[in-house]
Structures are given as C-alpha cells and as structure tokens.
Design a binder for this molecule. Sequence first.
Ligand SMILES: Cc1cc2nc3c(=O)[nH]c(=O)nc-3n(C[C@H](O)[C@H](O)[C@H](O)COP(=O)(O)OP(=O)(O)OC[C@H]3O[C@@H](n4cnc5c(N)ncnc54)[C@H](O)[C@@H]3O)c2cc1C
Length: 406
Amino acid sequence: MDTSSNRVIVAGAGPVGLCLSLALAQAGVRVCLVEALGADNFLEQVPRAGTNHPATLELFERIGLYQKLEPRGIVAPLFHYWDRRENELIAEFDHAHLKDDTRFPYVLQCERIKIVEEALALAKAHPDIELRLATTFTGFTQGADGVTAQVTDSAGETESLPGSYLVSAEGARSIVRKELGIEFEGFTYPDRTLNIEVAYNFRRHGYTERNYISDPEEWSNLFHWKGPPDRWRVHFPTAPEEDEAALTRPDALQARLQRFLPTGQDFDIVGSNLYVVHQRVATKFRGGRAILAGDSAHVNSPIGAMGMNSGVHDAFNLADKLIKILRGEAAEDVLDRYERQRRHVALQHTQAQTIRNKRLLAEKDPAVRKKNHDELRRTAEDPALARAFLLRTSLIESLREAERIA
Ligand SMILES: Cc1cc2nc3c(=O)[nH]c(=O)nc-3n(C[C@H](O)[C@H](O)[C@H](O)COP(=O)(O)OP(=O)(O)OC[C@H]3O[C@@H](n4cnc5c(N)ncnc54)[C@H](O)[C@@H]3O)c2cc1C
C-alpha cells in the first residue's frame, strides 16, 4: 500500500510539531516529522517557554504527555501583580476560581525543553510517526493531490518526501510562510528583554511562582522556573542603544538584581540572555495544502505566557480537521475554518492581551497606574470578576470563542 499519499509531513519538532504529530498518529494518520536538530544536540536549545495553562494541560493529557510532565514541573495555582515602586502586592489571582471550568485549576511551570524531550520520546515510540532528526526542510512544491517536501540530511544528501499535507511548525523563520509569500504583519519592540536565571528562593519575600511587576522605570517578571534545585527567572527591559556585552557582564547583572531586590548578598546567577520581542501574525494561515501553526503563524511577547500555549492549541485544532479530511468525513474547506478560528485567537487574544500586559507593567502616568492597580484589586477580590479574568489569561475563553466561529 502506498502510505505516502495520505501521510502528513510536519516540518519542525518543537512543541507544536510534536503535539500535532502525536495527535494525528494516535488517530491513525501517518506522519513524517522532519527536525533540523539531531539526537546529539536536540536538548541544547535556548531556554524559552515555561508556563503551561490549564487548557493546554488538558490537551497534553489527551496525548499522554501531561502524565510525563507533571512529575517534572511545578504546580502553580497562584499568580501575582506587584507594584515595585511601592513594594506592594496589588493582587493575587487563584486558578481555584476555574475549578468548574477545567480539571487543571493551575498552571504547570515546566520548560519547553522538557516538553519536547518527553514528546519526542512518545513520537519515537509511535509506529505511525516516521521521525527524521538531523534533517533540514528546505522547500516544497504542491499540486491538486499532494505536496512534496525537499529535505537535506546531515550528510548533505537531498530527498523529496511526498505527502497529502504539509504543516509548517518550523517556528518564526518559517520557510513555508516565506515560500507562500504570506506577510508576517505586525511590529518588533525596539527594547530587548534581559532574562536572568537565579538560584534563590524569592518566596521568602512574599512572591509566588509567577509575578508580574509594574514599575514606570523598570517593569519586570519573576517566575519560579524549575526545581529542585530552585531556579527563578527575572525579566527586565533594556534600552535599544545598550550594548549586549555590557548588559550581560556579571557585575551589571548583579547590580540590576540588587536594585530589584536589595538583599546585600550576591545572587547566585546561573545564566542570562537577551532577546528581541515581536508581535506578528501571518495574514493567512494556509496556502493550498501547506498550513502554518505555532510560531510560524504568530509570535508575541512572552508576558502572559501565551506563545507556546496558543501554538499547541493550533496543533490540536488542526489535527482534528486533518483527521476528518483524511478519513473522508470532512471537505478540505474545514481548513479555512482553522484559519478563521486560530487567526482570530492570535489577533484578538494572544496579541491583544500580551500588548496590554506590557502596557500595564510599563505604564508611567501615575493616575493611569493607580486606576489600573485599583481595577486589578477589585477584580481579584470579586470571585465572578476573578473567574472571568482567569478565563481570559488562561486562554480558556479564546478556545470557547473559537468554537463559536463558523
Ligand atoms: C524568553 C521566552 C519565554 C517564553 N515563555 C513562554 C511561556 O512561558 N509560555 C508560552 O506559551 N510561550 C512562551 N514563549 C514562546 C514559545 O517559546 C514559542 O511560542 C514556542 O516555542 C513555539 O513553538 P513552535 O513549536 O511553534 O516553534 P519552535 O519552538 O520555534 O520550534 C521549531 C522547531 O523547528 C525546528 N526547525 C526550524 N527550522 C527548521 C527547518 N528548516 N527544518 C527542520 N526543522 C526546523 C527547530 O529546530 C525547532 O525544533 C517564550 C518565548 C521566549 C523567547
């Protein structure tokens, strides 16, 4: 039997490509998953996402991934808003308000690298996933009945892989998006974000596992990132003209942390990096049989932890539709609904909320700051308002809204 005609080619084994491949394969759809990194360097990726929202945990559970991640992560029902100027806790939100909305009334702090490590192990063990590590996707062609992906292996050998559909899960630099001529509409923030990883227990100062800290001069985020041993991450904005080497010098990092929390004792700094933040959404999520998902379709600021989460939501939405098409239960135009649903979420939820989050933390006008903080206090104190707020921040509302899109 020719299995290549109805298999799906997935480019990129990040969280999105892996979740999509597992959801397809577990429903009996054959997948060829192509990943540029090899077995020797797959785990050497720069630290990125770490917060997994309740709706994402439900989807992870569906493919047997949650069960692997929970023992390796930190269950975090609470998050805080702080005013750094006043050194005051403004509001505490408790996911327990979502106990009737989800089986997981908490986020799981579990880094992207652990997610892809566990998901890759599941993919390797699945007989319907042909995994091509150390293989770079370089381009594709498509016709009325299928696609052909071009790949190059580590020895420089090129190969053409036929399939019925091609999913671009190769991240923000998506070759598929570029070859389809799809614009990545949006903007890039001029300031870069400095991430410092610290071995220190910030809970002793009243912080919880996730903290959003407003300050007109230097907003920040503070997360319990992993443990044991305990590792926390602090994010700070930096001016566009500042030199990267100067920003990440050990004494400069130490001085910044001491300004943030003057303990009088040197922090044990484990690492640091500087990253550029984009807010961009592709104008189309599909060109014929080639479909974009995750960072290849949308990128946003990490404030609010929505990039990977919404990418994983893309993956499951798309998997359900491809399964129906390949079983002959739906026409190809359901893929247009995928685009309508997930583009709406990317623009109206992920992008809108992360832009708002940054504005809230960086606000300089004292009157607006006071109004924002009063509103956060009121919201956290009222159970109905708190639930509505958490439905938005946890992306549950985005999924419910997408379901209502025809
Ligand atoms: C500092 C930081 C913190 C973040 N924190 C959060 C958070 O807490 N929560 C959250 O939801 N999101 C967060 N994000 C965003 C999140 O990391 C991304 O949205 C997510 O990783 C996107 O997943 P993806 O699978 O679409 O793409 P990626 O994670 O970029 O994976 C793409 C994969 O494709 C492979 N690839 C690339 N090109 C090719 C090619 N040509 N051929 C074959 N393979 C290829 C890559 O090697 C990689 O394995 C954060 C981002 C940053 C920068």
